[in-house]
Design a protein around this ligand. Sequence first.
Ligand SMILES: *Cc1c(COP(=O)(O)O)cnc(C)c1O
Length: 456
Amino acid sequence: MSKEIPYKIYLEESELPKRWYNVRADMKNKPAPLLNPATLEPMTAQDLSPVFCDELAKQEVDDTTPYFDIPEPVLEFYKMYRPAPLVRAYCLEKKLGTPAKIYYKFEGNNTSGSHKLNSAIAQAYYAKEQGLTGLCTETGAGQWGTALAMACAYLDLDLRVYMVKCSYEQKPFRREVMRTYGASVTPSPSMSTEVGKRILAEHPGTSGSLGCAISEAVEDAVSHEGYRYVLGSVLSQVLVHQTIIGLETKAAMDKYDIKPDVIIGCAGGGSNLGGLVSPFVGEMLRGEADYRIIAVEPKSCPSLTRGTYAYDFCDTGKVCPLAKMYTLGCNFMPSANHAGGLRYHGMSSILSQLYDDGMIEARAVEQTSVFEAAEYFARCEGILPAPESSHAIRVAIDEALACKETGEEKTILFGLTGTGYFDMVAYQKFNDGEMGDYIPTDEEIQKSLSTLPEVP
Ligand SMILES: *Cc1c(COP(=O)(O)O)cnc(C)c1O
Protein backbone atom coordinates (compact mmCIF):
# COMPACT_ATOMS: atom_id res chain seq x y z
CA MET A 1 0.00 0.00 0.00
CA SER A 2 0.95 3.65 -0.07
CA LYS A 3 3.67 5.10 2.10
CA GLU A 4 2.81 6.93 5.32
CA ILE A 5 2.02 10.52 4.30
CA PRO A 6 3.97 13.09 6.36
CA TYR A 7 2.38 16.34 7.52
CA LYS A 8 4.59 18.19 5.11
CA ILE A 9 5.94 16.82 1.87
CA TYR A 10 9.14 18.53 0.81
CA LEU A 11 11.05 17.73 -2.35
CA GLU A 12 14.79 17.13 -2.26
CA GLU A 13 16.87 19.76 -4.01
CA SER A 14 17.60 17.27 -6.80
CA GLU A 15 13.84 16.77 -7.37
CA LEU A 16 13.05 20.46 -7.91
CA PRO A 17 11.64 21.44 -11.31
CA LYS A 18 14.18 23.04 -13.65
CA ARG A 19 11.75 24.14 -16.34
CA TRP A 20 8.46 26.04 -16.36
CA TYR A 21 5.60 24.42 -18.26
CA ASN A 22 3.69 26.33 -20.94
CA VAL A 23 0.23 24.74 -21.00
CA ARG A 24 -0.67 26.64 -24.17
CA ALA A 25 1.49 24.16 -26.10
CA ASP A 26 -0.99 21.38 -25.25
CA MET A 27 -4.15 23.45 -25.79
CA LYS A 28 -6.02 22.73 -29.02
CA ASN A 29 -8.00 25.93 -28.67
CA LYS A 30 -5.24 28.46 -28.06
CA PRO A 31 -5.94 31.58 -26.04
CA ALA A 32 -6.73 34.49 -28.35
CA PRO A 33 -3.75 36.76 -29.14
CA LEU A 34 -3.23 40.21 -27.62
CA LEU A 35 -4.35 42.89 -30.06
CA ASN A 36 -2.91 46.29 -30.79
CA PRO A 37 -5.66 48.67 -29.55
CA ALA A 38 -5.14 51.05 -32.49
CA THR A 39 -4.93 48.62 -35.42
CA LEU A 40 -6.61 45.55 -33.85
CA GLU A 41 -3.78 43.45 -35.31
CA PRO A 42 -2.29 40.63 -33.18
CA MET A 43 0.76 41.86 -31.29
CA THR A 44 4.13 40.23 -32.02
CA ALA A 45 6.97 40.00 -29.52
CA GLN A 46 8.58 42.90 -31.37
CA ASP A 47 5.44 45.04 -30.97
CA LEU A 48 5.49 44.34 -27.24
CA SER A 49 9.17 45.06 -26.71
CA PRO A 50 8.92 48.83 -26.11
CA VAL A 51 6.83 47.98 -23.04
CA PHE A 52 8.06 44.55 -21.93
CA CYS A 53 11.52 43.01 -21.61
CA ASP A 54 12.45 41.18 -24.83
CA GLU A 55 12.55 37.68 -23.38
CA LEU A 56 9.25 38.19 -21.55
CA ALA A 57 7.62 39.52 -24.71
CA LYS A 58 8.71 36.30 -26.45
CA GLN A 59 7.27 34.14 -23.68
CA GLU A 60 4.05 36.15 -23.84
CA VAL A 61 3.30 35.28 -27.45
CA ASP A 62 4.74 31.75 -27.49
CA ASP A 63 1.92 29.22 -27.50
CA THR A 64 3.87 26.26 -28.92
CA THR A 65 7.02 25.73 -26.79
CA PRO A 66 5.99 23.33 -24.02
CA TYR A 67 8.83 24.08 -21.56
CA PHE A 68 11.09 27.03 -20.79
CA ASP A 69 14.36 26.40 -18.95
CA ILE A 70 14.45 28.29 -15.66
CA PRO A 71 17.66 30.37 -15.78
CA GLU A 72 20.32 29.22 -13.30
CA PRO A 73 20.31 32.48 -11.23
CA VAL A 74 16.52 32.20 -10.86
CA LEU A 75 16.87 28.57 -9.73
CA GLU A 76 19.39 29.76 -7.15
CA PHE A 77 17.04 32.44 -5.86
CA TYR A 78 14.21 29.88 -5.71
CA LYS A 79 16.39 27.76 -3.45
CA MET A 80 16.27 30.50 -0.79
CA TYR A 81 12.55 29.96 -0.21
CA ARG A 82 11.55 26.88 -2.19
CA PRO A 83 10.45 24.16 -2.37
CA ALA A 84 7.17 25.35 -0.88
CA PRO A 85 5.73 22.68 1.39
CA LEU A 86 2.77 20.57 0.35
CA VAL A 87 0.89 20.16 3.62
CA ARG A 88 -1.56 17.43 4.54
CA ALA A 89 -4.23 19.31 6.52
CA TYR A 90 -4.71 16.56 9.10
CA CYS A 91 -5.93 19.05 11.74
CA LEU A 92 -8.46 20.62 9.41
CA GLU A 93 -9.75 17.19 8.32
CA LYS A 94 -10.15 16.16 11.94
CA LYS A 95 -11.93 19.33 12.97
CA LEU A 96 -14.31 19.03 10.01
CA GLY A 97 -14.86 15.33 10.67
CA THR A 98 -14.57 14.65 6.96
CA PRO A 99 -13.43 11.45 5.26
CA ALA A 100 -11.84 13.66 2.59
CA LYS A 101 -8.07 14.04 2.46
CA ILE A 102 -7.06 17.66 2.20
CA TYR A 103 -3.72 19.01 0.95
CA TYR A 104 -2.56 22.55 0.46
CA LYS A 105 0.45 24.01 -1.25
CA PHE A 106 1.70 26.86 0.93
CA GLU A 107 3.30 29.77 -0.92
CA GLY A 108 3.50 32.21 2.00
CA ASN A 109 6.97 31.20 3.26
CA ASN A 110 8.83 34.29 2.07
CA THR A 111 8.91 37.92 3.20
CA SER A 112 6.59 39.11 0.44
CA GLY A 113 4.11 36.61 1.84
CA SER A 114 2.78 35.23 -1.43
CA HIS A 115 3.46 33.28 -4.61
CA LYS A 116 4.17 36.54 -6.49
CA LEU A 117 7.91 36.24 -5.83
CA ASN A 118 8.04 33.26 -8.24
CA SER A 119 7.40 35.53 -11.21
CA ALA A 120 8.98 38.69 -9.76
CA ILE A 121 12.45 37.15 -9.68
CA ALA A 122 12.03 35.77 -13.20
CA GLN A 123 10.93 39.11 -14.61
CA ALA A 124 13.65 41.05 -12.81
CA TYR A 125 16.24 38.55 -14.03
CA TYR A 126 15.29 39.01 -17.70
CA ALA A 127 15.37 42.80 -17.24
CA LYS A 128 18.86 42.60 -15.77
CA GLU A 129 20.04 40.30 -18.56
CA GLN A 130 18.84 42.86 -21.08
CA GLY A 131 20.94 45.51 -19.38
CA LEU A 132 18.00 47.64 -18.25
CA THR A 133 18.28 50.22 -15.45
CA GLY A 134 14.96 49.58 -13.81
CA LEU A 135 11.31 48.57 -13.84
CA CYS A 136 7.94 50.20 -13.32
CA THR A 137 4.87 48.44 -12.02
CA GLU A 138 1.60 48.84 -10.19
CA THR A 139 0.47 47.18 -7.02
CA GLY A 140 -2.98 46.86 -5.53
CA ALA A 141 -2.96 45.20 -2.16
CA GLY A 142 0.85 45.42 -2.15
CA GLN A 143 2.01 41.80 -2.46
CA TRP A 144 3.24 42.16 -6.02
CA GLY A 145 5.07 45.41 -5.30
CA THR A 146 6.76 43.82 -2.31
CA ALA A 147 7.79 40.72 -4.23
CA LEU A 148 9.20 42.79 -7.08
CA ALA A 149 11.01 45.09 -4.65
CA MET A 150 12.74 42.03 -3.16
CA ALA A 151 13.71 40.75 -6.61
CA CYS A 152 14.96 44.15 -7.80
CA ALA A 153 16.98 44.68 -4.61
CA TYR A 154 18.61 41.26 -5.11
CA LEU A 155 19.56 42.07 -8.71
CA ASP A 156 20.36 45.74 -8.12
CA LEU A 157 17.62 47.18 -10.36
CA ASP A 158 15.73 50.42 -9.76
CA LEU A 159 12.00 50.01 -9.12
CA ARG A 160 9.12 52.50 -9.27
CA VAL A 161 5.79 51.27 -7.93
CA TYR A 162 2.39 52.90 -8.47
CA MET A 163 0.27 51.79 -5.55
CA VAL A 164 -3.51 52.10 -5.65
CA LYS A 165 -4.18 55.12 -3.41
CA CYS A 166 -6.59 53.47 -0.98
CA SER A 167 -4.07 50.67 -0.26
CA TYR A 168 -1.25 53.22 -0.01
CA GLU A 169 -3.19 54.90 2.76
CA GLN A 170 -4.65 51.77 4.40
CA LYS A 171 -1.52 49.65 4.29
CA PRO A 172 1.35 51.92 5.29
CA PHE A 173 3.44 48.96 6.41
CA ARG A 174 3.30 47.30 2.98
CA ARG A 175 4.58 50.55 1.57
CA GLU A 176 7.43 50.66 4.08
CA VAL A 177 8.47 47.09 3.27
CA MET A 178 8.78 48.08 -0.40
CA ARG A 179 10.79 51.18 0.51
CA THR A 180 13.01 49.09 2.77
CA TYR A 181 13.90 46.99 -0.28
CA GLY A 182 14.71 50.20 -2.15
CA ALA A 183 11.58 50.77 -4.28
CA SER A 184 10.04 54.21 -4.66
CA VAL A 185 6.28 54.11 -4.10
CA THR A 186 3.77 56.62 -5.52
CA PRO A 187 0.06 56.66 -4.68
CA SER A 188 -2.04 56.28 -7.83
CA PRO A 189 -3.59 58.20 -9.49
CA SER A 190 -0.76 60.69 -9.25
CA MET A 191 0.25 63.97 -10.85
CA SER A 192 3.52 62.39 -12.07
CA THR A 193 2.00 60.97 -15.27
CA GLU A 194 -0.22 62.41 -17.99
CA VAL A 195 -2.75 59.60 -17.59
CA GLY A 196 -2.79 60.15 -13.81
CA LYS A 197 -3.49 63.85 -14.31
CA ARG A 198 -6.30 63.02 -16.75
CA ILE A 199 -7.92 60.51 -14.41
CA LEU A 200 -7.65 62.94 -11.47
CA ALA A 201 -9.28 65.69 -13.53
CA GLU A 202 -12.14 63.36 -14.48
CA HIS A 203 -12.54 61.79 -11.02
CA PRO A 204 -11.27 64.20 -8.38
CA GLY A 205 -10.80 62.49 -5.02
CA THR A 206 -10.78 58.96 -6.51
CA SER A 207 -9.10 56.35 -4.33
CA GLY A 208 -7.67 54.68 -7.44
CA SER A 209 -7.87 51.26 -9.04
CA LEU A 210 -5.52 48.64 -10.41
CA GLY A 211 -6.50 49.50 -13.98
CA CYS A 212 -5.52 53.10 -13.36
CA ALA A 213 -2.20 52.28 -11.65
CA ILE A 214 -1.31 50.00 -14.60
CA SER A 215 -1.78 52.90 -17.02
CA GLU A 216 0.53 55.12 -14.94
CA ALA A 217 3.24 52.48 -14.62
CA VAL A 218 3.19 51.78 -18.38
CA GLU A 219 3.46 55.48 -19.18
CA ASP A 220 6.36 55.88 -16.76
CA ALA A 221 8.19 52.89 -18.28
CA VAL A 222 7.80 53.84 -21.94
CA SER A 223 8.79 57.44 -21.34
CA HIS A 224 12.08 56.58 -19.61
CA GLU A 225 15.10 55.11 -21.38
CA GLY A 226 16.26 51.83 -19.82
CA TYR A 227 12.96 51.06 -18.10
CA ARG A 228 10.30 48.49 -18.86
CA TYR A 229 6.90 47.69 -17.44
CA VAL A 230 6.19 44.45 -15.58
CA LEU A 231 2.91 42.97 -14.36
CA GLY A 232 2.32 40.50 -11.54
CA SER A 233 -0.66 38.56 -12.85
CA VAL A 234 -3.07 38.13 -15.80
CA LEU A 235 -0.35 37.83 -18.48
CA SER A 236 0.52 34.41 -19.86
CA GLN A 237 4.24 34.83 -19.03
CA VAL A 238 3.32 35.24 -15.34
CA LEU A 239 1.16 32.12 -15.41
CA VAL A 240 4.06 30.22 -16.97
CA HIS A 241 6.46 31.28 -14.17
CA GLN A 242 3.88 30.30 -11.58
CA THR A 243 3.81 26.72 -12.91
CA ILE A 244 6.68 26.14 -10.48
CA ILE A 245 3.83 25.79 -7.93
CA GLY A 246 2.03 23.07 -9.85
CA LEU A 247 5.17 21.25 -10.97
CA GLU A 248 6.44 20.98 -7.39
CA THR A 249 3.00 19.93 -6.18
CA LYS A 250 2.68 17.25 -8.83
CA ALA A 251 6.19 15.92 -8.15
CA ALA A 252 5.45 15.75 -4.41
CA MET A 253 2.12 14.00 -4.98
CA ASP A 254 3.56 11.55 -7.49
CA LYS A 255 6.26 10.68 -4.95
CA TYR A 256 3.56 9.41 -2.59
CA ASP A 257 1.15 8.08 -5.25
CA ILE A 258 -1.44 10.71 -4.40
CA LYS A 259 -3.93 11.75 -7.07
CA PRO A 260 -6.14 14.75 -6.36
CA ASP A 261 -9.83 14.46 -7.30
CA VAL A 262 -10.52 18.16 -6.88
CA ILE A 263 -8.07 21.05 -7.31
CA ILE A 264 -9.09 24.45 -5.97
CA GLY A 265 -7.51 27.88 -6.24
CA CYS A 266 -8.49 31.50 -5.81
CA ALA A 267 -8.58 33.53 -9.00
CA GLY A 268 -7.77 37.23 -9.25
CA GLY A 269 -5.88 37.60 -12.50
CA GLY A 270 -5.46 33.83 -12.60
CA SER A 271 -1.71 33.35 -12.14
CA ASN A 272 -1.58 31.20 -9.00
CA LEU A 273 -4.49 29.02 -10.07
CA GLY A 274 -3.12 28.70 -13.58
CA GLY A 275 0.31 27.87 -12.18
CA LEU A 276 -1.04 25.29 -9.78
CA VAL A 277 -3.27 23.52 -12.27
CA SER A 278 -1.21 23.73 -15.47
CA PRO A 279 0.58 20.36 -15.12
CA PHE A 280 -2.73 18.68 -14.22
CA VAL A 281 -4.59 20.40 -17.05
CA GLY A 282 -1.78 19.27 -19.38
CA GLU A 283 -2.59 15.68 -18.47
CA MET A 284 -6.29 16.34 -19.11
CA LEU A 285 -5.53 17.93 -22.48
CA ARG A 286 -3.38 14.96 -23.48
CA GLY A 287 -6.10 12.52 -22.34
CA GLU A 288 -3.90 11.02 -19.58
CA ALA A 289 -5.97 11.85 -16.50
CA ASP A 290 -9.05 13.66 -15.30
CA TYR A 291 -9.45 16.19 -12.52
CA ARG A 292 -12.13 18.56 -11.30
CA ILE A 293 -10.74 22.07 -11.14
CA ILE A 294 -12.50 24.94 -9.37
CA ALA A 295 -11.59 28.63 -9.69
CA VAL A 296 -12.89 30.65 -6.76
CA GLU A 297 -13.62 34.35 -7.07
CA PRO A 298 -15.32 36.99 -4.90
CA LYS A 299 -19.03 37.62 -5.45
CA SER A 300 -18.16 41.30 -5.50
CA CYS A 301 -15.81 40.90 -8.50
CA PRO A 302 -17.18 37.88 -10.41
CA SER A 303 -15.38 37.97 -13.75
CA LEU A 304 -15.71 34.25 -14.61
CA THR A 305 -19.17 33.60 -13.19
CA ARG A 306 -20.87 36.80 -14.38
CA GLY A 307 -18.53 38.41 -16.87
CA THR A 308 -18.44 38.17 -20.66
CA TYR A 309 -15.81 36.42 -22.81
CA ALA A 310 -14.65 39.25 -25.04
CA TYR A 311 -11.74 41.48 -25.99
CA ASP A 312 -11.27 44.22 -23.43
CA PHE A 313 -8.75 46.77 -22.26
CA CYS A 314 -6.40 45.58 -19.53
CA ASP A 315 -6.24 49.04 -17.94
CA THR A 316 -8.44 52.06 -17.30
CA GLY A 317 -6.27 54.42 -19.34
CA LYS A 318 -6.62 52.06 -22.35
CA VAL A 319 -2.91 52.16 -23.18
CA CYS A 320 -2.28 48.39 -22.94
CA PRO A 321 -2.98 45.77 -25.63
CA LEU A 322 -6.49 44.30 -25.82
CA ALA A 323 -6.86 40.84 -24.32
CA LYS A 324 -9.66 38.35 -24.91
CA MET A 325 -10.78 37.27 -21.47
CA TYR A 326 -13.69 36.86 -19.14
CA THR A 327 -14.22 40.45 -18.07
CA LEU A 328 -16.51 42.77 -16.18
CA GLY A 329 -15.37 45.76 -18.26
CA CYS A 330 -12.24 47.80 -17.61
CA ASN A 331 -14.15 50.46 -15.65
CA PHE A 332 -15.57 47.94 -13.21
CA MET A 333 -14.75 48.81 -9.60
CA PRO A 334 -15.64 46.41 -6.83
CA SER A 335 -17.61 47.94 -3.98
CA ALA A 336 -15.57 49.93 -1.46
CA ASN A 337 -16.47 47.48 1.33
CA HIS A 338 -14.78 44.62 -0.54
CA ALA A 339 -11.65 43.71 1.46
CA GLY A 340 -10.68 40.35 0.06
CA GLY A 341 -8.42 41.28 -2.85
CA LEU A 342 -8.91 39.56 -6.25
CA ARG A 343 -10.34 42.81 -7.57
CA TYR A 344 -9.10 42.83 -11.16
CA HIS A 345 -11.86 43.21 -13.79
CA GLY A 346 -10.52 40.51 -16.14
CA MET A 347 -8.97 37.04 -16.07
CA SER A 348 -5.90 35.39 -17.63
CA SER A 349 -6.59 34.59 -21.29
CA ILE A 350 -5.32 31.02 -20.75
CA LEU A 351 -7.74 30.36 -17.88
CA SER A 352 -10.51 32.15 -19.76
CA GLN A 353 -10.10 29.80 -22.73
CA LEU A 354 -9.93 26.71 -20.49
CA TYR A 355 -13.07 27.87 -18.69
CA ASP A 356 -14.85 28.52 -21.96
CA ASP A 357 -13.87 25.01 -23.09
CA GLY A 358 -15.40 23.54 -19.93
CA MET A 359 -12.06 22.31 -18.54
CA ILE A 360 -12.43 24.24 -15.30
CA GLU A 361 -15.39 25.29 -13.15
CA ALA A 362 -15.83 28.59 -11.35
CA ARG A 363 -17.56 29.49 -8.12
CA ALA A 364 -18.14 32.89 -6.52
CA VAL A 365 -18.21 33.28 -2.73
CA GLU A 366 -19.28 36.07 -0.35
CA GLN A 367 -16.58 37.79 1.64
CA THR A 368 -18.02 37.14 5.11
CA SER A 369 -18.05 33.41 4.35
CA VAL A 370 -14.44 33.78 3.15
CA PHE A 371 -13.34 35.35 6.43
CA GLU A 372 -15.25 32.69 8.40
CA ALA A 373 -13.24 30.07 6.54
CA ALA A 374 -10.02 32.03 7.12
CA GLU A 375 -10.63 32.11 10.86
CA TYR A 376 -11.60 28.44 11.00
CA PHE A 377 -8.44 27.52 9.12
CA ALA A 378 -6.16 29.77 11.21
CA ARG A 379 -7.48 28.24 14.43
CA CYS A 380 -6.75 24.66 13.45
CA GLU A 381 -3.88 24.78 10.92
CA GLY A 382 -2.08 27.71 12.56
CA ILE A 383 -1.36 29.76 9.44
CA LEU A 384 -3.03 33.18 9.22
CA PRO A 385 -4.16 33.12 5.58
CA ALA A 386 -4.35 36.04 3.14
CA PRO A 387 -7.97 36.98 2.37
CA GLU A 388 -7.31 36.08 -1.28
CA SER A 389 -6.15 32.57 -0.36
CA SER A 390 -9.14 32.18 1.93
CA HIS A 391 -11.45 32.05 -1.08
CA ALA A 392 -9.84 28.70 -1.89
CA ILE A 393 -10.07 27.61 1.76
CA ARG A 394 -13.81 28.38 1.71
CA VAL A 395 -14.46 26.07 -1.21
CA ALA A 396 -12.06 23.38 0.03
CA ILE A 397 -14.00 23.29 3.31
CA ASP A 398 -17.32 23.19 1.44
CA GLU A 399 -16.09 20.29 -0.69
CA ALA A 400 -14.83 18.44 2.39
CA LEU A 401 -18.18 18.94 4.12
CA ALA A 402 -19.95 17.58 1.04
CA CYS A 403 -17.76 14.45 1.38
CA LYS A 404 -18.90 14.16 4.99
CA GLU A 405 -22.49 14.00 3.76
CA THR A 406 -21.82 11.38 1.12
CA GLY A 407 -19.02 9.49 2.88
CA GLU A 408 -16.74 9.89 -0.15
CA GLU A 409 -13.00 9.82 0.57
CA LYS A 410 -12.02 12.35 -2.05
CA THR A 411 -8.59 13.92 -2.21
CA ILE A 412 -8.83 17.69 -2.24
CA LEU A 413 -5.89 19.92 -3.15
CA PHE A 414 -5.93 23.69 -2.80
CA GLY A 415 -3.48 26.53 -3.24
CA LEU A 416 -2.73 28.54 -0.10
CA THR A 417 -1.20 31.51 -1.83
CA GLY A 418 -0.11 33.63 1.10
CA THR A 419 -0.31 35.06 4.58
CA GLY A 420 -2.56 37.85 5.83
CA TYR A 421 -0.38 39.83 8.24
CA PHE A 422 -0.91 43.07 6.31
CA ASP A 423 -4.66 42.55 6.06
CA MET A 424 -5.49 43.11 9.69
CA VAL A 425 -7.78 46.05 8.92
CA ALA A 426 -9.99 43.62 7.02
CA TYR A 427 -9.74 41.03 9.80
CA GLN A 428 -10.58 43.76 12.32
CA LYS A 429 -13.75 44.63 10.38
CA PHE A 430 -14.69 40.97 10.36
CA ASN A 431 -13.95 40.53 14.10
CA ASP A 432 -16.00 43.64 14.92
CA GLY A 433 -18.95 42.31 12.91
CA GLU A 434 -18.70 45.27 10.55
CA MET A 435 -17.99 43.38 7.37
CA GLY A 436 -20.81 43.22 4.84
CA ASP A 437 -21.33 41.49 1.52
CA TYR A 438 -21.90 43.51 -1.56
CA ILE A 439 -22.97 41.80 -4.74
CA PRO A 440 -23.13 43.98 -7.87
CA THR A 441 -26.48 44.11 -9.65
CA ASP A 442 -26.95 42.95 -13.24
CA GLU A 443 -27.47 46.60 -14.19
CA GLU A 444 -24.10 47.62 -12.74
CA ILE A 445 -22.32 44.85 -14.60
CA GLN A 446 -24.19 45.61 -17.84
CA LYS A 447 -23.27 49.28 -17.52
CA SER A 448 -19.61 48.46 -17.09
CA LEU A 449 -19.69 45.95 -19.97
CA SER A 450 -21.23 48.55 -22.27
CA THR A 451 -17.76 50.11 -22.60
CA LEU A 452 -16.18 47.02 -24.18
CA PRO A 453 -14.24 47.89 -27.34
CA GLU A 454 -15.74 46.87 -30.67
CA VAL A 455 -13.61 44.08 -32.10
CA PRO A 456 -14.93 42.44 -35.28
C1 LIG B 1 -2.05 38.48 -5.89
C2 LIG B 1 -2.55 37.41 -5.02
C3 LIG B 1 -3.58 36.53 -5.45
C4 LIG B 1 -4.30 36.68 -6.75
O1 LIG B 1 -3.56 36.75 -7.91
P1 LIG B 1 -3.60 35.61 -9.02
O2 LIG B 1 -2.84 36.17 -10.15
O3 LIG B 1 -5.03 35.34 -9.35
O4 LIG B 1 -2.94 34.44 -8.44
C5 LIG B 1 -3.95 35.51 -4.61
N1 LIG B 1 -3.39 35.36 -3.40
C6 LIG B 1 -2.43 36.18 -2.95
C7 LIG B 1 -1.86 35.95 -1.59
C8 LIG B 1 -1.98 37.23 -3.75
O5 LIG B 1 -1.00 38.03 -3.31
